[in-house]
Write a protein that binds this ligand. Sequence first.
Ligand SMILES: [Zn+2]
Length: 332
Amino acid sequence: MTSYKELGLVNTKELFKKAFEGKYAIPAYNFNNMEQIQAIIQACVETKSPVILQVSSGARKYANKNILKNMAKGAVEYAKELGYAIPIVLHLDHGDSFDLCKDCIETGFSSVMIDGSHLSYDENVALTRKVVDFAHSQKDYVTVEGELGVLAGVEDDVSSEHSHYTQPGEVIDFVSKTKVDSLAISIGTSHGRAKFKPEQCTRDANGILIPPPLRFDILEEIEKVLKDFPIVLHGSSSVPIEYVHMIEKYGGKLTDSVGIPEDQLRRASKSAVCKINIDSDGRLAMTALIRKVLVEKPDEFDPRKILGPARDELKKLYMHKNQNVLGSAGQA
Ligand SMILES: [Zn+2]
């Protein structure tokens, strides 16, 4: 049994309060290997941004829970060594059972998501409440994120064919019954790098897909009924076309890629949205640079020379998000 405080981590409570008042969003970046966590910490220290390190159940299977825990501990020490101790959260992304959430809490996670959005409303309430009761009764309060509404798309173990927007009429009842600390909602974001089918989009003069806009009207309805409450957006990668082009230039194939435009995320960051999840953009940046090196330097076989440029690109991407999209730069 490890408490997150022993690892030097914080929960989301204070961070969301400040983000809400300051009208910015905390970045939630997924990781499962060393290069990713190095890039995240370098970028967030340099931009003085708080950060949520996210681990999915797929990442736990891939990397091992004890290794991940110690990587998060290492991240805290690394930030200090780089000269600025930013607040760092270790968060379970899309926990699908009480046992998984409990295990993460006991391994040192400071925050968990319980995703009961695929269940009936009443089952979602009951499961979420059970996790909240456990998390909040720890010696060190662990924060819990719930979800209402279903996002479309595929990412790790989470997939759904269709999205169902969050119903503003349900949120007050859900939050008061479950006592969650934050709520993930569905207003048109989507998991993965092909967030919409081409027939849902329009095309610009260059044939590039333009996605349908987010449902800010639903978000505003939710803000009206749920006063001063932190909202979370999943599936908020922008799928930069430069990376898609680079991947395709160097032999990849990513048909019909489309993400959420940054100006929409900028607008969301200024609202009650306090946490924005970005995973696919990091995957694209890494893959683009790895492909580039492998094609341009066919005699290279040192993994450090292959992964190093990918790590540098990731750092650049995260700094850009903190500074120009989420507004979290300078808030640590
Ligand atoms: Zn998600």
